[in-house]
Design a protein around this ligand. Sequence first.
Ligand code: NAD
Length: 502
Amino acid sequence: MGNFEFGQAISSRAQEFLARKNHSMFINGAWVNSQSGKSFEVLDPATEKVIAHVPAANAADVDLAVRAAAEAFERGPWSKMRPNDRERLMLKLADLMEQNIDTLSEIESIDNGKSAVVAKFVDITLSIAFLRYMAGWATKIEGSTLEVSALFNPDGKFHAYTRREPVGVVAAIVAWNFPMLLACWKLGPALATGCTVVLKPAEQTPLSALFLGQLIEEAGFPAGVINIVTGDGESTGAPLTSHPLVNKISFTGSTEVGKLIGRVAMDNMTRVTLELGGKSPVIVLDDCDPAVAAAGAAQAIFFNQGQVCSAGSRLYVQKKQFDRVVAEVADVAKSMKIGAGLDPNTQIGPLVSQEQMDRVCGYLDIGRQQGAEVVTGGQRAGDIGYFVQPTVLAGVQQKMRVVQEEIFGPVLVALPYDDLDEVAAWANDTPYGLGASIWSNDLSRVNRLIPKIKAGSVWVNCHNMLDPAVPFGGFKLSGYGREMGKYALDGFLETKAVVIAI
Ligand code: NAD
């Protein structure tokens, strides 16, 4: 355990990594600086202090990384590896992550602001579990044999089958809210299917990906299979998505950037998966115990400071329970301990950046201006670090901006409803469709509601219940394609039809 530069002792490996201050990125199996020599600052959102300088990759650096990935895919040892060799390497990486779970969690916590406890038991634990789950798929990718009628050649005999082949070089671009987990959601299926990867972490949170690069090296992946380039969207992300040697883009981020990337992808017919924003409803039916509903609703919005794409950011409660449930959620919010992520007692950490804090506080102002009642919270907490009080807004209308738009912070809007038809219509009345939860033990009403909800995930009596085996992704403006589960593999595979005259 190390010194207290971050207010708490951290593991010696995290300390050694963070003490470097100047980091390199990982291209073709080597640690390199940007060719321009430019770097950018990374801040600790709890203290606003600069904790690292990281290379600012531009188009020339991206080109090197993509070419390395293309070479590894086409000609390198990776292209000759058998599925079980890929599986073994993935499992080795997962083992190394497990051995370094404290280090990874501490780096994630310091870089992103999130609780180190949450990082350990959610982010990194799920990342490891997902890599292991996907490693198993490496040996289970299969096509099918087909019976051919060949109507135009009735005497002909044919043997027809399909092959599932890796799509090639994958550009993996991720957001800052779950830096390691989102990276693994892309690395897992890419490596299992035999693709190679250029990973671009978010500019706010590049550090855990760089530490992962060390583990990738230690695991013994051949050069070029996984490359990690650091930089912002404009200088690093954009040249990566438009690079002609990139065969697939797997993107997690905002709907705005997702649309842009979708358009760019069409130019090269690059395959694309988009995991985008959300404004997920939490629907409480009147048979539900208000205490259970309130605890669930609070967890659904305040987990990870509300910086969760599928956060339960809209609470709909049937009228007779509304006041009680809202009051109890507000009580939970008031009781939450705000602090730095490394403090094990912290329940609400800082938001990731000044920009994100300003955005969330801006929405609080908009809500007040449009007539929302602040039940609790409603402003920045403290004056150092990007902390925002957990907030509950009532007295809102369905058409208000705070109800329609993704705030991506610890802000819940609460609305009462009369019946299931009304709440189904309201639940679907935003441009998004990522997740929804229903809180009730009335199976008949729950089962009538589920098909009416336009969302990629519907949870009942739980929220954000993610698992490696269960697909995750959005309807509507929440995205395109699915991550996790066997469905994720489809996005990284081409189907080749083979017909042999025999
Ligand atoms: P963002 O879209 O601004 O950035 C995401 C990533 O895209 C970053 O790495 C960024 O550098 C890069 N990027 C930005 N502009 C780019 C461009 N022109 N070309 C290529 N890359 C570019 O999103 P954010 O603010 O970092 O993340 C928050 C958003 O992510 C929220 O909307 C949230 O809902 C969404 N999100 C979705 C999921 C999901 O699985 N659906 C998961 C987490 C976050």
